[in-house]
Write a protein that binds this ligand. Structure first.
Ligand SMILES: [Zn+2]
Ligand SMILES: [Zn+2]
Length: 334
């Protein structure tokens, strides 16, 4: 009998599914890529054939144009790949269309999470716990200090900031794919019905979300407005626009940033952030360790972040684990 899991090989630029002649989230162009979600550190341009959820395919099309061949994978649908490998895409709860990929071959089940979280998110389907033999998990926030607060609390801070400063606006730096739409949807859920003003880069992705049935309410482009129009409102822009010329059009903006890293003292100060919002689309420490218990795999491979603490935790809890060194996994999406 061959070694367990020998049909899958982690390379620095992606995970190679050998009999299927396919790669998961490869960092270089390949013949057949299986893509977990649309963030740039997972979904790159130039592949010949792409298998991904319909939502991820439309995000990639918006960013990179139409690939030669696109195979949509609906959640829960099992697709036969080459070499007797079956692939099933399952919700990861990270951003619209995000998927874990379950691979089955030679009597073994492998789940690759891509990025994920366990919290409720009105803009995407919730993470589905799937038992397996090998669990390949991300660990972006794999340290016990990371405990993401409830999102309601952070949204509450944002709403009270504009209530107490009706002559200013709140300028929120948020990643264009996922974070921005989640904040908008949570503001709506909290009862905020006013127009929300967005940067052009964010507007495009919001339209795509709406085409996929995610309602975001009244959104307006900042460029169509005067300073006076924007007083007392919330403006969402990519983090790169926070301290650049773009923000000069805003009335005395309260600079806010929505990121899992805002939970770390000093990070907010470094970026001149007046209102740090700890909002993350990744699992925090407790979600990571709970999920390792829930899927109960005989082996865990840890990638994409701070592996050491999670390795140590696995050792203490008598779960087999090793770290993978994948390159190019930097946060577009923390
Ligand atoms: Zn991501
Ligand atoms: Zn990622």
């Amino acid at each position: 009998m061959s070694e367990p899991f020998s049909w899958i090989r982690p390379e620095p630029w992606g995970i190679h599914v050998i009999p299927a002649q396919a790669w998961i989230d490869p960092a270089r162009a390949v013949d057949h890529a299986l893509i977990t979600h649309g963030h740039a550190d997972h979904a790159r341009g130039g592949h010949i054939k792409i298998t991904a959820t319909p939502e991820t395919l439309s995000i990639m099309k918006l960013r990179y144009g139409t690939p030669k061949e696109a195979k949509p994978a609906e959640y829960g649908e099992t697709l036969p790949l080459k070499g007797g490998v079956n692939a099933t895409f399952l919700p990861a709860g990270h951003v619209l269309g995000s998927a874990q990929i379950l691979l089955e071959h030679a009597g073994e089940r492998i789940v690759i999470t891509g990025d994920y979280k366990r919290r409720n998110d009105p803009t995407c389907q919730p993470f589905k716990v799937t038992t397996c033999d090998l669990f390949i998990t991300e660990a972006t926030f794999g340290l016990p200090v990371f405990m993401h607060p409830p999102i309601e609390q952070e949204i509450g801070k944002l709403l009270s900031a504009i209530e107490s400063n009706p002559d200013r606006c709140a300028q929120v730096g948020a990643y264009a794919l996922g974070k921005a739409q989640r904040i908008i949807a949570e503001l709506r859920r909290a009862g905020h019905q006013n127009p929300i003003y967005v940067h052009g880069a964010i507007e495009k992705m919001c339209r795509l979300y709406e085409e996929h049935g995610i309602k975001l309410g009244n959104l307006q482009l900042v460029t169509d407005r005067t300073k006076n129009d924007l007083r007392g409102s919330i403006v969402i822009c990519p983090p790169s626009a926070l301290n650049d010329r773009w923000s000069r059009r805003l009335p005395e903006p309260i600079t806010a940033m929505a990121s899992g890293w805002m939970g770390i003292r000093g990070r907010a100060r470094q970026r001149n952030v007046e209102l740090p919002l700890t909002i993350s689309d990744h699992a925090d420490w407790e979600e990571l360790t709970d999920t390792i218990c829930d899927v109960d795999a005989s082996e865990n491979w840890i990638t994409h972040g701070r592996e050491e603490a999670l390795l140590r935790w696995c050792e203490i809890h008598q779960r087999r684990a090793q770290a993978l060194a994948l390159i190019g996994r930097e946060d577009e999406d923390d």
